[in-house]
Design a protein around this ligand. Structure first.
Ligand SMILES: Cc1cc2nc3c(=O)[nH]c(=O)nc-3n(C[C@H](O)[C@H](O)[C@H](O)COP(=O)(O)OP(=O)(O)OC[C@H]3O[C@@H](n4cnc5c(N)ncnc54)[C@H](O)[C@@H]3O)c2cc1C
Length: 387
């Protein structure tokens, strides 16, 4: 096996990095995950994730983690409403979505980010993850790499895998291609105890998700475990205005004034979001890697997940692509007959880039649809075309 007697370092303990660590350990590979979070209890932000049959769930099946997943996913959280900007329901799939049917390729169960991470962590050998390891840089040493971390510590690895997300510090060692801004920004909010604090939206949501569309704008909401709810205010914004949103998001009064002005034709129902949300909201300008990116394969370094192919979240594919990367990379490294590491990594990277370019284009197209002049009708037509 190509990784026999090699030390593998995965930089980043997100879903992609942890899935890869588990799959490599099934082949007895010596692997460490270096994660900048202080420990596993660091607060996880972000929307719940729906895992797909042929990608995220395929990786979990291979890792032997489906039983664990079934204990932690949130039944019913995948059900969805589409409303107009007044909150009138225009599409309701609550009675159409398959019941918990893990053999059905259309079943896309949702899981919150923290339980997904905990489940993957619990599946690893003790001390696989080196917490509080903020990677800064690395230098070639022999045939491998000397890794340098923010606290001054160093470590050696024969093979390095960058799974460190959107702002990867590993990516520049392979390519100087940078993500581009898509023209869309999402302001992320969190509401606790939704039944009490945002009762009308809570009742409408019924434990699932709501996508509300108006001209060039949307509001996206989803229930979370523990009675919480996450939401995004999503709209187009010029790149030079992005800085302003940090200020707006940090001040409830500024935010409310801004929302009343920008969402002035929207129904009063949505004011609940602004009244109940934690402050600050997190501004998330949406970036994407160019579809035609390419780089020379190396024999001791590669990327996966957002570090390799950051894409907008409008097709719900980011985490699924990261976990499928982990599955395909582990197979190229441990199960195929490549004669050397460079050949195995090149084969993985070629299929990963082609697949990701196609999905990133779908995500970009969805982003345009969701923020178009006739976004509501465009999205209803899209969902109808799925049958
Ligand atoms: C607003 C928004 C909504 C989204 N919604 C969805 C959705 O509904 N469905 C979906 O599939 N995807 C969604 N995504 C995308 C999804 O979150 C990512 O695609 C997915 O998390 C990628 O996984 P990853 O493991 O590659 O990277 P990440 O999840 O970003 O993990 C990277 C890890 O690396 C660590 N790290 C970073 N830098 C360093 C460093 N220098 N040293 C050490 N550690 C480091 C981080 O702390 C983190 O733990 C959304 C993204 C955004 C921005």
């Amino acid at each position: 096996m190509l990784l026999t007697d090699k030390k593998v370092a995965i930089i980043g303990g997100g879903p992609g990095g942890l899935t890869l660590a588990k799959l490599l350990q099934l082949h007895q590979v010596t692997v460490k995950v270096y994660e900048r979070d202080i420990d596993r209890n660091s607060r996880m932000v972000g929307s719940p994730l729906d895992l797909h049959f042929g990608s995220g769930l395929a990786a979990l099946r291979k890792a032997g983690l489906m039983d664990a997943f079934k204990q932690h996913y949130r039944p019913g959280a995948d059900r969805m409403l589409i409303t107009d900007n007044q909150g009138n329901i225009r599409l309701n799939d609550h009675h159409e979505k398959p019941e918990a049917d893990f053999g059905n390729p259309h079943f896309r169960p949702e899981i919150d980010r923290a339980p997904l991470r905990n489940m993957l962590l619990d599946a690893l050998n003790p001390d696989t993850v080196v917490w509080n390891s903020h990677f800064l840089s690395m230098d070639k040493q022999g045939t491998g790499w000397l890794l340098r971390f923010k606290d001054g510590s160093t470590d050696y690895a024969d093979v390095v895998i960058g799974a460190d997300g959107a702002n990867s510090k590993i990516r520049p060692y392979l390519t100087d291609i940078r993500p581009f801004y898509t023209g869309i920004i999402m302001l992320e909010g969190l509401i606790h105890d939704t039944a009490q604090t945002a009762p009308r939206i809570h009742a409408l949501m019924q434990g699932g998700k709501i996508m509300a569309f108006g001209k060039h704008k949307s509001l996206l909401m989803g229930s979370k475990g523990g009675g919480h709810m996450g939401f995004y205010i999503s709209f187009k914004a010029e790149e030079h205005t992005l800085q302003e949103y940090k200020t707006i998001c940090s001040d409830r009064e500024l935010l409310s004034t801004w929302f009343r002005k920008e969402y002035d034709t929207w129904g009063a129902l949505w004011q609940e979001l602004l009244q109940a949300t934690e402050i600050p909201l997190i501004p998330r300008p949406i970036y994407c890697m160019p579809a035609d990116q390419n780089w020379q394969a190396q024999d001791n370094l590669t990327l996966l997940g957002d570090a390799a192919h950051l894409m907008p979240p409008f097709a719900g594919e980011g985490v699924n692509m990261a976990m499928l990367d982990a599955l395909e990379l582990s197979e190229c490294l441990c199960e195929t007959n490549h004669s050397n590491l460079k050949e195995a990594i090149a084969a993985y990277e070629m299929q990963m880039r082609q697949r990701a370019a196609k999905i990133a284009q779908e995500s970009l197209d969805n982003g345009e649809r969701m923020h178009s002049e006739h976004s509501l009708q465009t999205m209803l037509d899209l969902f109808e075309s799925f049958g």
